[in-house]
Design a protein around this ligand. Structure first.
Ligand code: C5P
Length: 220
C-alpha cells in the first residue's frame, strides 16, 4: 500500500489557545498547550499531507514538515484559516476564546489610586469550526474537538450538528483527568452514525489514529 496515503491532499489544523487583548500588555487566555493540535498536524504531514497549521501562542516547538501560521486573536485565526482554503480536511483543535474584549484599549489601562476597577465588556468571537463547516468551499472532512467537563458524548453530538462537522473528538478536561496541558488523552470519536470510545493513549497516538482515519475517509 502507499506509504504516503495523503500525498497531494491539503489539510488545515488549528492549535493552541487564542489571546484576546485587554490593552497592549494584558490579555484573556486559556490553558491550552497546543500539544494535541500540533501532534495532529505532524501526523498528517507524516502521511504526506500538505499541512497548514494555524497556531495561537504556544511554547512548544513547531512540528516538522508543516507550514505554521502564527496568530494571537480568534479573528486573526479565522482569517488565516479561511485564507488557507480550499483544503481536503480541516481539523479544528484550537481552544478559541469564546469572547474577546469588546473594545481593547489602545494604551495600557492605568490603575489610579481611589478609582474603581475598570469594567470589561465582552463580545462574542467568530466560531471558526462553524464557519468552515458551513463554508462554500467546505473541506470534504471537517473535524472538531470538544473539551467538556460533563455530558461529554451528548454535548459532542449536539456540537456535530450545530457546527456542520463530520466528527467531533470529545474529551473530558475535568482537572482530575490531567488532560489539559498533559501528554495523554482519552477521547470519544463522535460521528453521525455512532460513537467510538478510544482507550487512553498519548496525544501522539491519538494524532496518529485520527490521521489514519482521515486517510481512510479521503482515500478510496
Ligand atoms: O463550542 P466549543 O468551543 O466547545 O467547540 C469546540 C470546537 O469548536 C473545537 O473544535 C474548536 O476548535 C472549535 N471552535 C472554533 N471557534 C470558536 C470556538 C470553538 O473553531 N470560536
Amino acid at each position: 500500500s502507499d506509504p504516503k496515503p495523503l500525498a497531494g491532499r491539503k489539510a488545515i489544523v488549528t492549535s493552541g489557545p487564542t489571546h484576546e487583548p485587554i490593552d497592549p500588555v494584558r490579555y484573556i487566555a486559556n490553558r491550552s498547550s497546543g500539544k494535541q493540535g500540533h501532534a495532529i498536524a505532524a501526523a498528517l504531514a507524516r502521511l504526506g499531507a500538505d499541512v497548514t497549521l494555524v497556531s495561537g501562542p504556544v511554547t512548544i516547538p513547531d512540528p516538522l514538515g508543516v507550514r505554521v501560521v502564527r496568530v494571537e486573536r480568534a479573528e486573526e485565526m479565522r482569517d488565516a484559516v479561511v485564507a488557507a482554503l480550499p483544503a481536503d480536511v480541516a481539523v479544528m483543535v484550537a481552544a478559541v476564546a469564546d469572547w474577546r474584549v469588546a473594545s481593547a484599549a489602545g494604551n495600557k489601562i492605568k490603575k489610579r489610586p481611589g478609582e474603581a476597577p475598570p469594567p470589561l465588556s465582552l463580545a462574542e468571537n467568530p466560531d471558526i469550526l462553524k464557519t468552515i463547516g458551513h463554508h462554500a468551499s467546505r473541506p470534504k472532512l471537517v473535524i472538531g474537538f470538544a473539551a467538556e467537563t460533563e455530558n461529554v458524548a451528548e454535548n459532542g453530538r449536539a456540537k456535530l450538528e450545530r457546527k456542520g462537522a463530520d466528527y467531533i473528538v470529545a474529551n473530558d478536561v475535568s482537572p482530575k483527568t490531567g488532560i489539559m496541558g498533559g501528554d495523554r488523552n482519552r477521547v470519544k470519536l463522535i460521528a453521525r452514525d455512532g460513537t467510538q470510545e478510544w482507550p487512553e493513549m498519548g496525544k501522539d497516538a491519538v494524532a496518529d489514529k485520527l490521521a489514519a482515519l482521515i486517510a481512510a475517509k479521503l482515500v478510496r
